[in-house]
Design a protein around this ligand. Sequence first.
Ligand code: NDP
Length: 309
Amino acid sequence: MAAQVLDGAAVARQIRSELAERVRSFEKNAGRRPCLRIVLVGDKADSEIYVRSKLKSASDEGIDASLTQLAAQSSIEKVLDLVRTLNADPTVDGILVQSPLPSSLGDGAMLRVFDTIDPAKDVDGFTPVNVGRLVQNRAALVPCTPAGIVQLLDRSRIEIAGRHAVVIGRSDIVGKPIAMLLLHRHATVTICHSRTPDLAATAARADILVSAIGRAGFVRKNFVKAGAVVIDVGINRVTDAAVASALLGEGSLRHESFLKKGSAVVGDVHPEVSAIAGALTPVPGGVGPLTIAMLMHNTLVAAEQRQRR
Ligand code: NDP
């Protein structure tokens, strides 16, 4: 039997409609809308697409959002100066600097940005203060993708406490924070990465398997225990025809679309996993929409907290 599809897009719509009501009541009480400022350095096509969908979602929710785009060759000091200006602006509730930054800014550039953003306006939850609060289980601004995954599990009535969760990937933006959130919810958590020996066998012990590695179709059937819940965080653009036909299935609508466009987005999880998993998030339409919904949530929370000060 095919796995239950966990419809992240539907859950995201539900979260956003709840938020829209809260945004209206914030505006009534505060006399202004929550305000999100996005900073994009350069003109990388994928980043522009992500930023556009964040701006659209904010405007749908009644959040005042706008973009400041800096040239790709801007210096890190210019980026940090802009962040400091937004920190000091009392009308701004949330600051998001779109990653990745151009490589010309140097290896540690993103960390310098996180060191500079005011934690009260850190809607990504990536500043050291908010990471520390997350570890201590007292964070208000939690990284959006992991927070969205927990919302999806909760709203799909999937038990977390007492279960074994395996997270593949240990990045600061997905792997580590989702591991922490699942731990706080009383899962027993194993984190795997590129040096984990016998990854498939470790993954196959999971009741809840989260893959956040960025490798198309990497998680095969032998990684998955029968009936496990599989959360596919990966967003991988495939352009190779053989890979596309293996992952999309010859003759499928998505394969037809690949043939027209020359590319398609797929997750980390191979489609054969659907035959063994109990539940599975699709890509696209799984974790992605939840990430944006939680960004809107964090913007509202930041605005509410600043208003109460
Ligand atoms: P990173 O590149 O920062 O981290 C990838 C992680 O995967 C690393 O910890 C790496 O291990 C591990 N990894 C890579 N290859 C392997 C392998 N062969 N075996 C085991 N582990 C491996 O990626 P991100 O966490 O930023 O993103 C991961 C994926 O999630 C990407 O596809 C990204 O596009 C997607 N994403 C999706 C979001 C959404 O909203 N749906 C939001 C954010 C990200 P090591 O540390 O040892 O190098």
